[in-house]
Design a protein around this ligand. Structure first.
Ligand SMILES: Cc1cc2nc3c(=O)[nH]c(=O)nc-3n(C[C@H](O)[C@H](O)[C@H](O)COP(=O)(O)OP(=O)(O)OC[C@H]3O[C@@H](n4cnc5c(N)ncnc54)[C@H](O)[C@@H]3O)c2cc1C
Ligand code: FES
Length: 287
């Protein structure tokens, strides 16, 4: 599922960067903030559309550009949320910005989650760490259309309880009908009420009907490489498992080759890919 720029959209030129004001900044965890952005140009604000799982190139004037998933609800496109972890040069500089400052946005890019194909099926969502960011929009999308999907199981793992983002969202999601939310932490503290261990251990706690299950996965690639075989042992075919992948991105439109993975460019063929298509290249550098 993707939103493809068309000639009558403001995105006809994928190199154009649109200014957006930071209207809110929420501290999620140490070194991780969610920025709520509002396009300065009203036309752009009205016409911006995205699909869950797509990403924007977020530009800090005079510093550089980074690929960041869109976290917000696609049914409320006027609010554009990005959760950004401080990693290096650009993200460190973004972290210094405050409400009222401006960023540049280019996008949306890439293929999102297969939410049309998932209709009528059970959905299992498996995420680790900041990997929950690209699925937030998908979860909100499903819950706005709850009757069109079967059961929803959200399995999320963190290293420590301090790394748990979106606490209120997880609590709100578990209140939806036919929905399970299972959390785990590698290292617990005294406040942790959930499972202790890695996220793949949660698979044992959920029942799945392999014939009608679609899996959405995002997190460290090691989690996918270890987790997918367990799901397949339980009868879920590789063709029903979708993963969102990260590679260094520059152009965002399949021209520069930075994000190449085998025959694919993850900026335009991904970041969401069907597992069987990318399995040979997962975990390999420079392919
Ligand atoms: C499709 C896509 C979606 C993304 N969504 C998000 C998101 O929602 N939130 C978010 O915070 N980040 C996200 N990222 C990752 C983000 O793009 C990088 O963290 C960012 O480009 C780092 O840029 P920098 O200039 O701050 O760091 P750089 O100066 O480029 O890197 C500094 C150091 O960190 C290493 N590094 C760079 N990126 C990563 C990484 N992802 N993980 C670990 N080490 C890294 C580099 O190798 C280098 O050693 C996404 C990436 C992709 C491709
Ligand atoms: S980022 Fe340039 S080809 Fe994908």
């Amino acid at each position: 599922m993707s939103f493809v720029p068309t000639v009558d959209s403001p995105w006809a030129n994928p190199y154009l960067i649109y200014a957006a004001t930071i209207v809110g900044k929420i501290r999620e965890a140490e070194g991780i903030d969610t920025y709520r952005l509002r396009f300065v140009d009203e036309q752009v604000r009205r016409r911006f559309r995205f699909a869950p799982g797509q990403f924007n190139m977020v530009y800090l004037f005079g510093v550089g550009e980074v690929a960041i998933s869109i976290v917000s609800d696609p049914d409320e496109p006027q609010c554009l949320d990005h959760t950004i972890r401080v990693v290096g040069r650009v993200t460190k500089s973004i972290a210094r910005l405050q409400q009222g400052d401006e960023l540049g946005i280019r996008g949306p890019f890439g293929q999102g989650w297969p939410l049309d194909a998932a209709q009528g099926n059970d959905v299992v969502i498996v995420t680790g760490g900041l990997g929950c960011a690209p699925v937030v929009g998908a979860i909100e999308y499903i819950f706005r259309r709850r009757t069109q999907y079967g059961s929803v199981k959200i399995l999320h793992g963190v290293k420590t309880p301090h790394d748990l983002l979106y606490r209120e969202r997880f609590d709100a999601w578990r209140r939806h009908p036919d929905t399970e939310v299972l959390l785990t932490s590698d290292q617990p503290d005294k406040t942790w009420r959930y499972h202790i261990g890695v996220v793949t251990e949660l698979f044992e706690q959920v029942r799945v009907d392999p014939a009608r299950t679609i899996v959405l996965m995002c997190g460290p690639e090691i989690m996918m490489r270890l987790g997918v075989p367990i799901l397949m042992q339980r009868g879920i075919p590789a063709t029903a498992i979708y993963v969102s992948l990260e590679r260094h991105m520059e152009c965002g439109i399949g021209l520069c080759g930075h994000c190449q993975m085998g025959p694919y460019f993850l900026c335009k063929d991904g970041p969401v890919m069907r597992y069987d298509r990318v399995a040979p290249w997962l975990g390999q550098v420079g392919v």
